[in-house]
Design a protein around this ligand. Structure first.
Ligand SMILES: [Zn+2]
Length: 296
């Protein structure tokens, strides 16, 4: 197995500061929102502290910690409560070296509408990012968020957090940040091409009450309370349906009608070979795919 190249402490901290500045200047976060982390050893990360603007951080504010939650650096600031979701990504997918979380306005609007980013409209997004599921709502900072993203950490590069924001990861912190940029760009193109969203999952009264409790625990005693929905409408994950291409590949595997061609030339046979009943493979595949799509 190839050995992993970890950034040094200095490189990791400098990259976090730079990503923080870019996040802030690109309007991906407001005030003290968002968080960033970078892995420097198999179970050690540097991450951003709570209560600090990501646009104005210095190295001494950053926190070094183990993935079991042990704080290693001697700084006075605590890590964000949202570091739990970063840790979960690292645990679920050991290849990940960096994670970013922000509230980019267009991504966040899709997250509030409960709509994933999953239309095949633009090559760069498809190649570098893929589809982006929207996971169901959980209270920010709660254990519910890490649990909600866990199923997606290996097979996707990013998720929208229902009624909350965006989370991305990569094999370097810069890659994670580029994916965050790509997500917002993809969301913007989706919006311009006909998805002026016009839909919002308003938080339920119970969800609002949880947030009011958090507000109180932070010592904030002013601010008003908006009207809430009687029932939550944001409790389902939104994931792109099994695509027709993937369905076709699966059916092809099941039919196993390609083996003679493969044996003869070591290459993939023409899709229009006929079996002993005179039915072409392509017809069988088409029928099976159509049936599968109908059953979905
Ligand atoms: Zn957040």
């Amino acid at each position: 197995m190839a050995s992993i190249h970890f950034p040094t402490d200095h490189e990791a901290k400098q990259t976090i500061l730079e990503v923080g500045r870019r996040m802030y200047t690109k309007n991906f976060v407001a005030a003290n929102d968002g968080n960033i982390s970078c892995k420097v050893d198999h179970d050690i990360i540097w991450t951003t502290p709570t209560g600090v603007s990501k646009g104005f951080m210095s190295e001494d504010m950053l926190v070094k910690m183990r993935l079991d939650g042990t704080i290693l650096s001697a700084g006075s600031l605590k890590p964000s409560s949202e570091v739990k979701m970063h840790i979960r990504v690292y645990k679920e997918n050991p290849e990940v070296m960096g994670v970013t979380h922000a509230h980019p306005p267009i991504c966040t609007s899709f997250a509030i509408a409960g709509i994933g980013l999953d239309r095949a409209i633009y090559p760069e997004a498809l190649v570098n990012l893929g589809t982006v599921p929207c996971v169901h709502y959980e209270t920010p900072g709660s254990q519910g968020i890490p649990d909600s993203i866990a199923p997606y950490c290996k097979d996707y590069n990013a998720v929208l957090l229902g009624n909350h924001g965006a989370l991305s990861w990569g094999k370097s912190l810069i890659e994670a940040f580029y994916r965050l940029e790509s997500m917002e760009h993809y969301a913007m193109v989706l919006m311009y091409t006909g998805n002026i969203i016009g839909k919002a999952n308003v938080l339920s009264c119970e969800q609002v009450q949880e947030l009011l409790d958090i507000r109180k625990s932070l010592g904030i005693h002013a601010g008003g309370v908006p009207p809430c929905a009687a029932k939550p409408t944001n409790l389902k994950d939104v994931v792109a349906p099994h695509s027709a291409i993937a369905a076709a590949a699966e059916v092809r595997k099941e039919l196993k009608t390609y083996s003679p061609g493969e044996k003869a030339c070591g290459c993939v046979a023409s899709p229009v070979s006929e079996n002993e009943n005179g039915v072409s493979d392509i017809e069988l595949i088409t029928q099976a795919v159509l049936k599968r799509l109908k059953d979905m």
